[in-house]
Design a protein around this ligand. Structure first.
Ligand code: GLU
Length: 484
């Protein structure tokens, strides 16, 4: 495939959502797969809701996910500017062309007139649409409406009796009845273009080859195709990617959990896990494999393997994937990711002295296997910070009622005080427990179960030798002393 040019065109009205991130990722993968160009441009025509802050947040979230772009709002490029509000002249030029050719006309209908028309149609059980009252105004009629202070919008004249065929690379051929569309606004009375018009001008002038976007835009596509035809422009290929549903099969919303990328970032998800997860929301590799790096996805991604059926957002799967990446990744990086969560929980404060950092690193190493995301580290490391060891389970209490318990603790305290300095390494801890067993003539379990309960309160958890290394001699002695 030559000269693939694709784009992601967010509206900067809030954070980057799961669905938007998935669209961005699919476009990026498609561009990278075929040696094409990926563009990030911004649809900021909703003046009330758009902000530069949102734009920056969206770009940050894309970068965090590991995406980069060749042209766009921040990096520029040969087809800029890449913000719609900086392209108004261009839209005006093409709107004027459409007005001159008669493909569009000025409409002076007021909000009240339009509302009355919609209501009347709905009362008859018909689709609410614009019936074309201003289609054939004479110059005199226009002049008198203008004199009365009415400001016109530009409407596109939908050709009569036309069936518009959308040839979609994911959904196949989908046809739409032109008669159900009704003449639509392409430029509002304040001179700002509507989405359907601006997107066509942008896609054409930026030489977009493939429009890959969410299914909710499928119904806009016939409106866009009619504009391409009227402007005499070549129609790009379209690929509409399925909706994302929650596990209950209703459209994904806040009810189903966090919907913005930032929220996942803040909870301590790894970007490569989220990117991996997003790729599988609608695309499948055609094998059972589920773990993919961006590099692997880049090699394998094709639109043919994008499913028509809705994708289901399964948080358990995301957690599973993230847990996988947590176990695989570098410990230093994971420790860095854990710090803000431990700080928030009040266990540490920044800046962290070097020896404390080492200790936190050991904690992260000990608990990483239990974590789905790094925010959970805070509750798992509590046992290392809180000397008030809480025993909740009967099973643990029963272990502490064993006849040998006191002797085990006394022996361990004795040995630990003579054998080691303040610091104790995991292998030293293991050796010590063995020695205690040998000198008391007891078996492994009779030693390490009560020690585990005394140190952590539970019967399960991180490896005991790691726990001991983290607590250090003083910590161990303090906790065991409670029992002797
Ligand atoms: N701003 C639109 C959106 O965020 C872009 C749609 C498109 O890609 O054409 O949904």
């Amino acid at each position: 495939m030559s000269s693939v040019r694709v784009r992601f065109a967010p509206s900067p009205t809030g954070p980057l959502h799961i669905g938007g991130a998935r669209s961005a990722l699919f476009n990026w993968l498609f561009a990278r797969r075929y040696g094409g160009t990926f563009i990030v441009r911004v649809e900021d025509t909703d003046l009330e809701r758009s902000s530069r802050q949102s734009e920056e947040n969206i770009l940050d979230a894309l970068r965090w996910l590991g995406l980069d772009w060749d042209e766009g709002v921040d990096v520029g490029g040969p087809y800029g500017p890449y913000r719609q509000m900086e392209r108004l002249e261009l839209y005006k030029k093409h709107a004027d062309n459409l007005l001159n050719s008669g493909a569009a006309y000025l409409c002076y209908c007021s909000e009240e007139e339009l509302a009355a028309e919609r209501e009347a149609l709905m009362a008859k059980g018909e689709l609410p649409r614009y019936l074309g009252r201003c289609r054939d105004l004479t110059a005199t009629e226009r002049a008198s409406l203008e004199a009365a202070g009415r400001r016109p919008v530009v409407r596109f004249r939908v050709p009569e009796n036309e069936v518009v065929l959308v040839r979609d690379l994911v959904r196949g051929d989908v046809s739409f009845e032109g008669s159900e569309i009704g003449d639509y606004i392409i430029v509002k009375s304040d001179g700002i273009p509507t989405y359907n018009f601006a997107v066509v001008v942008d896609d054409h002038t930026m030489k977009i080859s493939h429009v890959i976007r969410a299914e909710e835009h499928l119904s806009n596509t016939p409106r866009q195709i009619l504009l391409y035809n009227a402007l005499g422009w070549e129609i790009p290929a379209f690929a509409h990617v399925s909706l994302i549903l929650g596990k209950d099969r209703s459209k994904m919303s806040k009810r189903h959990g966090a919907t913005s990328i930032e929220q996942y970032q803040n909870r301590g998800y790894l970007p490569e896990a989220l990117a991996n997860f997003l790729a599988l929301l609608g695309w499948s590799p055609g094998s059972e494999e589920e773990i993919f790096s961006l590099d692997e996805l880049k090699e394998q991604f094709t639109l043919e393997r994008v499913a028509k059926s809705p994708a289901v957002f399964d948080l358990d799967k995301l957690n599973w994937l993230n847990g996988h990446y947590i176990r695989e990744t570098d410990l230093e990086r994971l420790t860095e990711m854990a710090l803000p969560h431990l700080e928030k929980a009040g266990y540490i404060s920044a800046p962290l002295p070097a020896e404390k950092y080492e200790s936190v690193k050991m904690m992260v190493a000990a608990v990483r296997k239990y974590l789905s995301y790094m925010q959970e580290a805070a509750e798992h490391v509590r046992i290392f910070f809180d000397d008030d060891v809480l025993i909740v389970k009967d099973e643990a209490r029963e272990i502490m009622s064993g006849g040998q318990v006191k002797a085990v603790f006394q022996e361990l305290i004795k040995k630990i005080n003579v054998t080691v300095t303040d610091e104790i390494k995991a292998d030293e801890a293991r050796a010590l427990l063995k020695e205690v067993g040998r000198s008391l003539g007891l078996k492994g379990k009779q030693i390490f179960m009560p020690v585990r309960v005394a140190l952590t309160g539970g019967t399960q958890g991180p490896d005991l030798d790691q726990v001991m290394a983290i607590l250090g001699r003083a910590g161990i002695v303090r906790r065991l002393s409670e029992w002797v």
